[in-house]
Design a binder for this molecule. Structure first.
Ligand code: ATP
Ligand code: FE
Length: 330
């Protein structure tokens, strides 16, 4: 089955073609809008929607061309319908419905976070059960996944998402947007000592990141070198998350872990996960770097899984976009 996957939930216009028989991503095109939002210091929903509208047709054609696939070859259209910025989501959803309607192709709405959760398995079969850690721009959560659609939340952030904290810290330090890659780059080149930041307090497997932000602000005021602050922040935030993950493994006894979302590209996180594999005898599943941040391939893949689970019945064209829906409600 050839699946078209579309994601316009935030500031990336993403379109991919996935071949479920070959378990292959035939094309994965992402167009970012950093420039359009730079002057505003954050993503403006209406501007995001306008940029998506400008780009989506071009990105769609590019994805088809790169995959060497014609519209008439597409067997399923999968589109993110939640969560995200409503005006932005609507562009991709409406475009996807249009392609499906015009070509008599079944159509499936996809939950963006469920797509992140399964992104490590795009080129293989998921192995259940697994512990899922999603670390992205808007989410930080640990859950147990027993099958597609069977999720039990173990813990989540009580305030900021970890990616959001990376972005805010980078902004305070004038490192630009998105902040995660910038801080990670500095971390990799940093060879000095680390500052001790206060470990956030959150019970059990829950997490908190707003205190780290405050700690960083104080260190900036105290005049510590920017690189030292950035590297210390990354170390503290990642060690903290890995500690929570270790706790989840001990609590559940489940030894398979999937880590996904934009922050799963982080080099120090990947290093620590490797250590976890060696010391805790767990198996860690990570997405390839191109599938860590928002992309159409993960949407196509989960759309395909959902379509198969629904005995190949698509969603009605009346499906709407929603700024947020709980993942368990999918
Ligand atoms: P959500 O998926 O929760 O709706 P989103 O789609 O905006 O949010 P993603 O695209 O999954 O989030 O991830 C983007 C985030 O990942 C940004 O906050 C970015 O700074 C962060 N990020 C990307 N690369 C790295 C890295 N190497 N280290 C740390 N953070 C990173
Ligand atoms: Fe995302």
């Amino acid at each position: 089955m050839k699946v078209l996957g579309i994601d316009t939930s935030c500031d990336d216009t993403a379109v991919a073609i996935y071949d479920s028989n070959e378990k292959k991503v035939l094309s994965n095109v992402v167009s970012s809008q950093y420039e359009a939002h730079r002057a505003y210091g954050g993503v403006v929903p209406e501007i995001a929607a306008r940029e998506h509208l400008k780009n989506i047709d071009v990105i769609f054609r590019e994805a088809l061309e790169k995959a060497n696939v014609d519209v008439s070859d597409i067997d399923l259209v999968a589109v993110t319908y939640t969560p995200g910025l409503l005006p932005a989501l609507l562009v991709g959803l409406t475009f996807g419905k249009g392609v499906a309607f015009a070509g008599y192709i079944p159509f499936k709405g996809v939950h963006h976070i469920e797509a992140h959760m399964f992104s490590p398995f795009i080129k293989r079969e998921p192995e259940f059960p697994f512990i899922s850690l999603v670390v992205s721009g808007g989410h930080t959560m640990i859950s147990v996944v027993r099958s597609l659609g069977n999720y039990k939340l173990l813990g989540k952030t009580l305030d900021d998402a970890i990616g959001e904290a990376f972005d805010k810290v980078a902004k305070m330090l004038d490192f630009g947007y998105p902040g995660g890659p910038a801080i990670d780059r500095i971390f990799r080149n940093y060879k000095e000592n680390y500052l001790v930041l206060p470990k956030p307090q959150a019970r059990g497997v829950n997490m908190s990141f707003s205190g780290l932000k405050t700690a960083v602000r104080r260190l900036i005021e105290d005049g510590y070198p920017k690189e030292m602050i950035a590297a210390s922040f990354q170390k503290t935030a990642i060690d903290y998350v890995v500690g929570k993950l270790r706790k989840a493994v001990r609590e559940t006894g489940i030894r398979r872990i999937s880590v996904s979302g934009g922050v799963s590209a982080n080099s120090y996180l990947r290093e620590r996960l490797q250590e976890l594999e060696d010391t805790e005898r767990v198996k860690v599943f990570l997405p390839e770097i191109e599938f860590t941040s928002d992309n159409g391939a993960m949407v196509a893949y989960v759309g395909y899984l959902r379509f198969e689970k629904a005995e190949r019945i698509g969603d009605p064209f009346t499906l709407n976009a929603y700024p947020s829906l709980p993942i368990t409600g999918v």
